[in-house]
Design a protein around this ligand. Structure first.
Ligand code: NI
Ligand code: MN
Length: 222
């Protein structure tokens, strides 16, 4: 599969048969145009606008299924999205593999203040690999449990601080997850989350984990 960084916490995963977006906040990315992409699924960790992003618009335009926590999905369905409402802890079987929403230590509401259910991370088993997108979480012992149960090949972790874990806590998270490879996210999009990504990379290298900071629209094979 191919994993492409779309900026902030947004990713595009291309499997043999499907294109999946995660947290499609695409405003900072001037190059990627979802209108020309064959998206079939959109996974949303929580309802904050820098994660929900263009999810509803993409779902309406492409007929792509927007998958998110029950309250988030219901709200998006009311404004026209094609949704699947889920909750924490269950595997959801999909044509490209299976996914599970896991707890994130954060908050979640829509721009109008509507409660959006639990904020999440997303565990994904795709084509024999296990991927984990942490959403906007703080550091939490939960990650030790995930490592006990799952062999994580690639983790996408926020490092920008202020609203989420920062670089130092993300290094601990990477270690606790026993992730083989880590893509940093949720940094440098705006001033409050300005972060020295090279210091993060040095830090996780010292833990024996491969850092993989991607530029916007850069892609790796997994
Ligand atoms: Ni958030
Ligand atoms: Mn955020």
């Amino acid at each position: 599969m191919k994993v492409r960084y779309l900026g902030h916490s947004a990713f595009r995963i291309e499997t043999a048969g499907e294109v999946i977006l995660i947290d499609p906040f695409l405003a900072p990315n001037k190059e990627y145009d979802f209108k020309n992409d064959n998206i079939s699924y959109i996974l949303v960790t929580h309802a904050h606008s820098d994660h929900l992003g263009s999810a509803v618009e993409i779902s309406k335009l492409k007929g792509a299924k927007l998958i998110g926590i029950f309250e988030l999905a219901n709200y998006c369905a009311r404004i026209g999205a094609n949704t699947v409402g889920v909750n924490l802890g269950g595997w959801i079987n999909l044509p490209f593999g299976k996914i599970m929403f896991t707890p994130a230590f954060h908050s979640s509401s829509f721009a109008d203040g509507t409660y959006a259910g639990a904020p999440c991370g997303i565990l994904m088993k795709i084509e024999g690999k296990t991927l984990f997108h942490a959403g906007d979480s703080a550091l939490t012992q939960e990650y030790k449990t995930l490592a006990e149960l799952y062999d994580i090949d690639l983790a996408m972790l926020p490092i920008g601080g202020f609203f989420t874990m920062g670089s130092a806590e993300a290094i601990v998270t990477a270690k606790w997850l026993s992730a083989k490879q880590v893509i940093p996210m949720h940094y440098n999009t705006f001033d409050l989350i300005k972060t020295d990504v090279e210091a993060f990379e040095e830090g996780i290298k010292r833990e024996g984990i491969t850092p993989c900071a991607l530029c916007y629209n850069e892609e790796i094979d997994l």
